[in-house]
Design a protein around this ligand. Structure first.
Ligand code: ZN
Length: 272
């Protein structure tokens, strides 16, 4: 199977500068750069939204990547599998359970909701909504959410969120999503508009500052080319979220450097 992509060049998605320094972690033709002014790590080109919508949506990409990894690096993958125990040293948190603890009920939007699994797993006190770029997944999610009074928009996230009224949502989930998003800052700004002033967004992304990322380098599980286009650290996520108008809190005990992912709670900053 051959994938033909029409990559679109990107400037730094956090500060807009176009001066990346090659981190040497990419694989031709993909380059992971660190922005010279702000340090944000990102893929310097990404698939276009139209490719993602109908052709190269990441539900397909995951299968292709799993196959490629198995054949390209059997030893590294074997080691990675064999050391999975390290994930079980500490209790494993979930985006959804964090949300349930922070938001007592109401309307919750899952950005990049896929087929809607996370939203549907929420108890009845919550009405699930979503935004999803893949047409087939968005249709599945919409049908399921509609049965609970919710809906899913098939659109790029910022545009999809734009279709909701301001101050609509009590909560939001960005579960393993923001690393795929070519334009994360506009999405966070759009989220800020639709989240109630009392709302909370729970974000989970791979932790580019993890020990595993430092040791495994280009073989780290958080590096997926060309699907993962942003490589967040807690600091760089905070910086981006703050410029979108949020305050950022990190759950204690879960964001350890031994974890390949980290979580963040985003709340609209109080107006001065
Ligand atoms: Zn930058």
């Amino acid at each position: 199977m051959t994938i033909e992509l029409r990559p679109v060049d990107r400037a730094c998605p956090s500060c807009g500068a176009d001066a990346p320094r090659d981190l040497g972690l990419g694989r031709s033709p993909w380059t992971i750069g660190a922005c010279s002014p702000c340090g944000f790590a990102y893929l310097t080109a990404a698939a276009s939204y139209s490719d993602l919508s109908d052709y190269y949506s990441w539900d397909k990409a995951i299968l292709i990547e799993a196959k490629r990894r198995k054949s390209a690096q059997p030893l590294v993958q074997w080691l990675d599998q064999k050391t999975r125990w390290r994930l079980h040293l500490f209790p494993r948190p979930e985006t959804r359970t964090f949300l349930e603890a922070l938001v007592p009920g109401g309307k919750v939007v899952d950005i990049g909701c896929g087929s809607g699994k996370q939203g549907l797993a929420l108890p009845d006190d919550y009405t699930p909504f979503g935004v999803e770029i893949s047409r087939t997944l968005a249709e599945q999610a919409h049908a399921a959410f509609a049965e609970r009074g919710g809906a899913c928009q098939h659109a790029p996230s910022a545009g999809g969120l734009g279709k909701f009224e301001a101050d609509t949502f009590d909560g939001a989930m960005l579960n393993s999503y923001l690393e795929y998003e070519a334009e994360p800052l506009p999405v966070l700004r759009a989220l800020h508009r639709v989240l109630k002033p009392t709302g909370v967004a729970v974000v989970k992304v791979p932790n580019f500052a993890s020990w595993n990322a430092a040791v495994m380098k280009r073989n780290w599980c958080g590096i997926r080319l060309p699907d993962h286009v942003n490589y967040f650290t807690p600091d760089s996520l905070r910086e981006m979220a703050e410029s979108a108008g949020f305050t950022v809190e990190f759950p204690k005990l879960t964001n350890l450097p031994t974890n390949d992912n980290f979580w963040a709670f985003l709340r609209p900053a109080a107006q001065a």
